[in-house]
Ligand binder design. Structure first.
Ligand code: FES
Length: 138
């Protein structure tokens, strides 16, 4: 026999908040609306401003990816570079990064490109970005 689960409205709200805000690394993460899926074209880079920061969106093989918009070497804008398969090539010094993982594949030593989880919901691209930490006294 199936059990009966009684959950209060406050409990449900807390569960939603917990699922929407998770700790990752050193900050609280949250999904943000970034763009309409129709704005992304296969094999091109879309630069957009989300929650106070600029990110780059990619549509690769029908999957959406998000990274920092600037190169970790000397901050060139990656949307001015080129895509080669799953790799983005920096326009300034030829740094090459694997978009799905951020791994640096070539170019001056600088470390990985920051990546963010991305998903599509109702035709909108959502990106999981760190939230600024605030004091919540509720
Ligand atoms: S700024 Fe991108 S490789 Fe130097």
């Amino acid at each position: 026999m199936a059990g009966v689960l009684a959950v209060s409205a406050a409990g449900m709200l807390q569960a939603v908040r917990t699922s929407e805000r998770r700790r990752k690394g050193d900050g609280v993460m949250a999904w943000h609306d970034a763009a309409d899926i129709t704005a992304l074209q296969e094999g091109s880079i879309l630069e957009c401003d989300v929650a106070g920061r600029t990110i780059a969106l990619y549509l690769l093989g029908g999957r959406v990816f998000a990274t920092a918009a600037i190169c970790p070497h000397q901050s060139a804008w990656l949307a001015q570079g080129a895509l080669d398969g799953d790799d983005v090539c920096c326009p300034r010094h030829g740094g090459r990064f694997h978009v799905p993982t951020g791994m640096q594949l070539a170019g001056p030593a600088c470390g990985p490109l920051q990546t963010f989880a991305a998903r599509v919901d109702g035709g909108r691209v959502l990106v999981d970005l760190p939230q600024p930490l605030t004091m919540d006294r509720r």
